[in-house]
Design a protein around this ligand. Structure first.
Ligand SMILES: *Cc1c(COP(=O)(O)O)cnc(C)c1O
Length: 398
């Protein structure tokens, strides 16, 4: 997945444009910026690649989630349905708006289970937020049906799945809003950065203003701009955006490399009888940033993770025991350990997650191993890795 592996002359040339003009800010300074608008250029390129009406680039993926929800009016007491398997940014963004994270089971897609989502919808639900973890998507058609039926927003967290698609549409462009991260370990990177995409002009206008202190961006004098509503600062710098301009041009090449490496590993593992693979919903195409598979039991998955590490196969994650990505280690959320007080509605409405039954998620995540697909492997390294993995996993016994 990591675009940082292939950071080179093209990225440096883009950054040098910014350094040579000295204009590190994305707005204003028209006279001295020598025609370089890196954030704007990245936005136009994203709109084209993601086949969407509008893209707005921000300072991180977490900022993108926050801005996306804020731009669609998500606020205190609104419930946002999110998966038990995701990155902590999901609930951080929800809580930042005073909204309430409602955790829901994942299924064999390792993303939101539509049946569990349907059961979790209440009068206060405002958003369904699928997170396309490890390069593959939720069953978006089923979630869209629920959104239509209950007048909810579908907001896609596509931070780990940029370049994947569903029913021919780029991931992120299927919902009302979609979010990307360009942090240092994502498929393409800005160093730090993120983006919100949408086809809704109002959401775009809100996102663009909210992420820059509410500036209306009308006219040429920033100091004289009006502020139609309260905002915040989630701006990206031109230096970061410049890296992204170069990386986005390379996205499709990165995806080809990932697909090749993924396919070599997958073909080898398909020969191991006890392994099954993560389900990709019909109509979905992964971005191949991870190869995710299941062992027959939790115990065997633990043994397999250890054996892979011992055999020198790095980058294979057992998320079930991971501090960042699975609900079991989110005590800080469950106990609402905040530096200050959170909105009353969060205290009142947050379920007691210690009493929740997430055995369905545990059934899948407890048996899952996800292996990071790197861009920098040579063909012989991939072949060797495939052989080693198949050998190690085939030898794990009951
Ligand atoms: C990385 C990531 C984020 C947050 O992105 P940052 O740019 O690191 O803030 C959000 N959701 C998922 C699924 C991620 O992987």
């Amino acid at each position: 997945m990591p675009g940082f592996e292939l950071f080179g002359a093209k990225e440096k040339a883009q950054v040098n444009d910014v350094l040579n003009s000295g204009v590190l800010m994305r707005y204003g300074f028209n006279g001295v910026r020598k025609g370089h608008w890196k954030a704007k250029t990245l936005e136009k390129a994203l709109e084209k690649r993601m086949k969407c009406g509008y893209a707005h680039v921000v300072s991180s993926g977490t900022a993108a989630l926050t801005v996306a929800m804020a731009s669609a009016g998500v606020s205190t007491g609104d419930e946002v349905i999110m998966p038990t398997f995701t990155f902590v940014a999901t609930f951080e963004a929800i809580l930042a708006l005073g909204a309430v994270p409602i955790m829901v089971d994942v299924d064999d897609t390792l993303t939101l289970d539509p049946t569990a989502v349907a059961k979790a919808i209440t009068k206060r639900t405002k958003v369904i937020m699928p997170v396309h973890m490890c390069g593959s998507m939720a069953d978006l058609d089923a979630l869209k049906v629920l959104c239509k039926k209950h007048s909810l927003l579908l907001i896609e967290d596509a931070c780990q799945a940029i370049g994947g698609s569903y029913n021919g549409k780029p991931l992120g462009s299927y919902g009302d809003l979609g979010c990307f991260s360009f942090d240092y370990v994502k498929t393409i990177t800005c160093g730090e950065g993120g983006a919100v995409i949408t086809n809704n002009q109002d959401y775009y206008a809100h996102a663009e203003q909210y992420s820059d202190h509410g500036h209306d961006h009308i006219g040429k004098d920033r100091g004289a701009e009006a502020h139609p509503f309260l905002g915040y600062n989630y701006r990206i710098s031109e230096l970061n955006a410049a890296v992204g301009v170069a990386q986005l041009k390379r996205l499709d090449k990165f995806l080809d490399i990932q697909k090749y490496n993924y396919t070599v590993l997958r073909k080898a593992l398909e020969k191991v009888p006890q392994i099954t693979f993560r389900r990709v919903p019909k109509g979905g195409v992964e971005n191949y940033s991870f190869l995710s598979f299941y062992m027959p039991t939790e115990d065997l998955a633990k043994k397999a993770t250890e054996a892979l590490a011992k055999a020198g196969v790095d980058g294979c994650f057992y998320w079930y025991d991971n501090n960042w990505h699975y609900h079991r280690k989110w005590e800080h959320l469950k106990d609402l350990k905040s530096l200050g007080y959170l909105p009353n509605k969060v205290y009142d409405q947050l379920p007691n997650y210690y009493k929740s039954d997430f055995s369905k998620s545990d059934h899948w995540v407890g048996r899952n191993i996800s292996c990071l697909i790197k861009l920098g492997w040579s063909k012989s390294e991939v072949r060797k890795r495939a052989e080693t993995m198949a050998g190690v996993l085939g030898a794990i016994d009951q």
